[in-house]
Design a protein around this ligand. Structure first.
Ligand SMILES: [Zn+2]
Length: 365
């Protein structure tokens, strides 16, 4: 088949140890006059200190939660509207970045956040500049147009060009204090992004290259970063792999493993990375084909069985939940149904209906 694709990547990426110090330059380059920071509680004191030093930082919302809530988007939007901000900076894991993206996209609109959340109003044509600063190595949210936000028990993944950051600052030093278990969760999320971008029905050559390099780098560095968080070489390699993972799925989108992660997060409260890791080795086996065998050989593995085994070992090392029994009381019918009807399941190269998903989960009993 003749080679044909459309590739675009609009985010300017500043990568390197100490790159966070370039934030002032990035604000200059993006023409930012007034901005709001969205971050989690642990970064909030640093953000407040930054606000004291740079008069362009008009307000800080420091209450982003692990599974970001619409209430955080509402608060960040309110601060942006009240201060007349022209940019929103998200500093943190995917939660903070997704909150910043959503607030920046709707701040210039005239409706309440809930109307955009439920798709009752189209996103406004004009939006604020988004600057993303990841502090974990995993989500890749800094280079995608995806925002995952919860409202009560509902968790929605919204895919919209309005969410695309203008600039991303990826500084591995910011990830040096991430605890081991979160390092593993987020690292396996990055692995899922790379593999799902690669096996997605919409995969394409440039994204494939980044996926292969991401998988290779994660296999070489995730265990090191987990065992010794102060290993800056491993942290830097994981930050790079996470970025590549984000770029791998930004266009092709993720597939079955991410589709299953949503019911696992909503009903069984697994963090996103752990929810993706829960079925990742199962999907490696289900989606095994010639292309995936080729990826395995290119990253130095004997084949898909070894890849699935390596993922299972990493999960075991960090004590991640990986059997149905780890989830408490499981409603298998509902779980299989909810996974089957998730939109991302359509991207999976192997068709997975309710029956096939039930069989997959039964093997994890
Ligand atoms: Zn993910």
């Amino acid at each position: 088949m003749a080679l044909e694709f459309v590739y675009a990547q609009p985010v300017k990426i500043y990568f390197g140890e100490g790159a966070f110090a370039k934030l002032t330059t990035v604000l200059d380059e993006c023409g930012v006059k007034r901005c709001v920071i969205a971050c989690g509680r642990h970064f909030a004191p640093t953000a407040e200190a930054m606000k004291e030093k740079d008069s362009r930082i008009a307000a800080v919302f420091g209450g982003v939660e692990q599974n970001p809530q619409l209430s955080g988007v509402i608060e960040t939007t309110r601060l942006a509207r009240e201060t007349g901000a022209d940019a929103v900076i998200g500093i943190g894991g995917g939660s903070a970045i997704d909150t910043a993206k959503f607030a920046a996209a709707i701040a210039l609109g005239d409706a309440e956040a809930i109307a955009y959340y439920h798709g009752e109003k189209p996103f406004p044509e004009k939006r604020l500049t988004i600057i993303a600063v990841p502090t974990t190595a995993g989500t890749g949210s800094e280079v995608t147009q995806v925002s995952v936000v919860s409202h009560g028990s509902e968790k929605r993944t919204i895919n919209n060009p309005a969410f695309m950051p203008k600039a991303a600052i990826v500084d591995p030093v910011l990830s040096s204090t991430v605890p081991p278990r979160t390092t593993m969760n987020t690292g396996l999320d990055a692995m899922a992004h790379a593999l799902e971008g690669y096996w997605s029905k919409n995969h394409q050559p440039i994204s494939d290259l980044m996926a292969i390099e991401a998988v290779r780098t994660i296999l070489e560095n995730l265990e090191k970063a987990y065992r010794d968080g102060s290993d800056m070489q491993a942290r830097a390699n994981m930050a790079y792999a996470s970025l590549l993972g984000g770029l791998s799925f930004a266009l092709p989108k993720t597939a079955g493993c991410h589709a299953c992660s949503y019911p696992l997060s909503e009903d069984y409260h697994l963090p996103h990375g752990e929810a993706c890791a829960f079925t990742l080795d199962s999907f490696v086996r289900i989606n095994a084909d010639e292309r995936l065998e080729l990826l395995c050989r290119r990253v130095g593995l004997s084949g898909t069985e070894e890849l699935a085994g390596r993922i299972a070992e990493l999960k075991k090392l960090a004590g991640l939940r990986s059997r149905l029994g780890d989830l408490g009381e499981v409603d298998l019918d509902k779980l299989a149904h909810d996974c089957a009807v998730h939109g991302l399941m359509n991207n999976n190269p192997v068709r997975m209906d309710e029956k096939a998903l039930r069989a997959m989960f039964e093997k994890l009993a």
